[in-house]
Design a protein around this ligand. Structure first.
Ligand SMILES: *[C@@H]1O[C@H](CO)[C@@H](O)[C@H](O)[C@H]1NC(C)=O
Length: 658
């Protein structure tokens, strides 16, 4: 095996990202350097965890847990000396990968048929029940050959080319006629694997793996055909059904055949057939839809707002002038005062610090941190650095960015706290790096306890959690303190108008300006901008699919920012015109309200596409959905707050107040 030279598009960024430097002269992203084999070289096959997904006759998701390939219930054949874990990146482990060695022996460009994996395996009734349940839940094998996932060939509609969908069935659950005339679903275990590998000849006797398909079958009689040279390994009319009757153990032999197909696909494009855009029309539709909303909103903000504002400001300043002119004879002042209405009236209160300034500062600081992390991650993904061929890179990058942007979080939170004339500095320093991260981590930890409790091996190992906590304490917390310190040292943002001593009475606000209607109304727009991409992301997480439509995601993220900002500014303008000056929390919650829609959509998704067999799966699903919604709340809330803050500063700067 030798590394050959693949050119990466941007060496500088590659250097930044190359956490695991590859030996050799060229820059590689981890996992993307091609491996070349000679004919007959051993090509390792690694096994990853088993994941739940939809199955042929059941489009719904039935479980939220995944299982280790070598979970003792499965009795899958192990390599000599026991399986070993393959080293993985932190992101890969956090996202659930558990990659281990296997007993398969594949030789480059050498067809082999009906090889036995190990001796017959006995399934006691308890194990049979467990395995049958996993088959009915639609679990998939996930194998990796040379970094490529073993896939099943799937055709989505009759017009589409078939594509490679990673993962293949643990078993099938066909409906069979029972002797009494009814029908029943019987789980059959796949115990024979036809591994079809596409290989490409890069140069003479220099081969590369460019595609992997596994066609699994269930043969109860495959033990008779071991090493059959004709390639006939069993009768598919006679599948393996594990018996769950007490005292009856089932014996299963596992076999495989390997077929090597020469392919014209070069290494560089080997992932293309795996990356299938489900329903591209729907992405375009949603994109255009939200773009129209944004254009409409921005148009509204700019015409109504800018124009009315200009008029307002001109009028206020003219009135000021008149009042000054008429000061001597005191004639027309009443006239002017009468006209002096709207947002100018609250100038003495609009910069009065809100209730709970500490909490708001901490939330906005954390939101800024999330905002930077999300934006930069999506941008990196867009540039192609986080493609699925780069296993775990996405998770790793998210953690790195989140850790580093602790600095931004601290800075924003303490500057804001100073602006709010806060006094409890120590608390502000302390809560900023701890509030949202500990909340997220605690949720994550509790949900993992559930997964552990279920005995599912999809749980994140304790050591990995420890690593995350250490990274957070050693890097993120000090950075956040440093940011807070910098923000604390800087001069406070000066409000352009003085705050009155006595708070002004707020006239009762009615209609859509009441808190709940305004939130419900405004929150739906940012949600509308992201919800289609969100659907695909959530789906890719629960159904263990690859998500890579980062181009769409990038634009949607931009649209969401613009909608959040525009709609909140508009709402705050109306609020101030109604002489209500409590804009700070209102702007945060107005934009943040989109999180409620995110959670509601998770519930709808549950009703539509998910139907768990166990309540623990439901808890895990709800827990992660709630966590996601809280993060969205903080993120969009921050966007709304910062946009309104700038807006309020700007408009009150432009009027003259005596
Ligand atoms: C392996 O078998 C397949 C199917 O019979 C055939 O197309 C292919 O050429 C064979 N490959 C080799 C290397 O013999």
């Amino acid at each position: 095996m030798r590394r050959s030279d693949a050119i990466c598009p941007s060496a500088l960024l590659g250097l930044l990202l190359a956490l695991a430097p590859t030996p050799g002269s060229a820059f590689y992203f981890p996992g993307t350097a091609p491996t070349s084999y000679k004919k007959g070289d051993a090509v390792p096959l690694f096994v990853n965890r088993l994941t739940p997904t939809e199955s042929r006759n059941d489009p719904k998701l039935r479980s939220a847990f995944s299982f280790d390939h070598y979970d003792p219930h499965f009795h899958f054949c192990q390599p000599e000396g026991g399986p070993k874990y393959i080293r993985e990146s932190l992101g890969s482990i956090l996202f659930g990968d558990r990659i281990q060695t296997s007993p398969f022996e594949l030789k480059m460009a050498t067809n082999e048929t009906c090889k036995s994996l190990c001796g017959p395996q006995e399934y006691a009734p308890e194990d049979a029940t467990f395995v049958n349940q996993r088959i009915l839940n639609g679990f998939d094998f996930n194998w990796l050959i040379d970094g490529l996932p073993a896939a099943q060939l799937v055709t989505e509609s009759e017009y589409d080319e078939p594509f490679y969908s990673p993962g293949f069935d643990l078993g099938r659950a066909p409906e069979v006629q029972m002797p009494d005339g009814g029908s029943d679903v019987v789980a059959t275990l796949n115990n024979h694997y036809d591994i079809v590998i596409d290989y490409h000849e890069a140069s003479k006797d220099n081969f590369r793996v460019v595609g992997v398909i596994v066609e699994p079958s269930s043969y109860a009689d495959n033990a008779q055909y071991i090493n059959n040279a004709e390639g006939y390994c069993g009768n598919d009319q006679n599948p393996v059904v594990l018996s769950i009757d007490a005292g009856q153990a089932s014996s299963v032999t596992f076999t495989y055949s390997v077929w090597w197909r020469l392919s014209p696909t070069p290494f560089a494009t080997r992932w293309d057939k795996y990356l299938h855009v489900y329903d591209p029309k729907i992405h375009w539709f949603s994109l255009i839809n939200s773009a129209v909303i944004v254009v409409f909103l921005i148009g509204m903000v700019s015409t109504i707002l800018v124009r009315t504002l200009k008029k307002d400001i001109a009028r206020y300043n003219r009135l000021d002038q008149m009042a000054l002119d008429d000061f001597g004879d005191g004639g027309a002042i009443e006239d002017g005062v009468q006209e002096d209405s709207g947002w100018k009236l609250v100038h003495g209160d609009v910069f009065r610090p809100p209730k709970h300034p500490l909490l708001l500062s901490v939330l906005v600081g954390n939101g800024a941190q999330l905002f930077m992390m999300t934006g930069l991650t999506i941008a990196f993904a867009l540039l192609g650095f986080l493609s699925p061929s780069n296993r775990g890179a996405l998770g790793t990058v998210i953690i790195i960015f989140y850790t580093l942007f602790g600095f931004v979080g601290g800075y924003v939170s303490s500057r804001l706290y100073k602006f709010f004339q806060g006094e409890s500095w120590k608390l502000c320093f302390f809560y900023t790096p701890f509030a949202i991260p500990s909340f997220a981590f605690a949720t994550f930890f509790l949900l993992n306890l559930f997964v552990w409790g279920r005995g599912a091996s999809g749980a994140v190992p304790f050591t990995t959690m420890l690593v995350v906590v250490i990274i957070w304490f050693v890097i993120s917390v000090p950075l956040s303190f440093a940011g807070s310190w910098l923000g604390f040292k800087q001069a406070a943002i000066e409000p352009p108008v003085r705050t009155n001593q006595i708070p002004r009475q707020i006239p009762p606000t009615g209609g859509y300006l009441r808190p709940l209607p305004s939130m419900a109304l405004a929150g739906i727009l940012p949600f509308g901008a992201i919800f289609v991409e969100l659907y695909f992301i959530v789906r890719s997480i629960w159904f263990s699919k690859v998500y890579y439509m980062f181009g769409f995601l990038f634009i949607c993220y931009g649209l969401m920012i613009m909608t959040s900002a525009a709609v909140t500014v508009l709402m705050i303008y109306f609020l101030l015109c109604a002489e209500n000056y409590h804009w700070q929390w209102r702007s945060f919650c107005t934009a943040g309200a989109s999180a409620f829609y995110v959670f509601a959509s998770a519930l709808i998704y549950w009703m539509k596409d998910v139907s768990f067999f166990s309540w623990t799966s439901g808890v895990v699903y709800l827990g992660y959905s709630a966590l996601l919604s809280v993060l969205v709340f903080v993120l969009t809330g921050t966007i709304g707050f910062l946009a309104s803050g700038l807006f309020v500063l700007k408009i009150y700067k432009s009027i003259k107040v005596d």
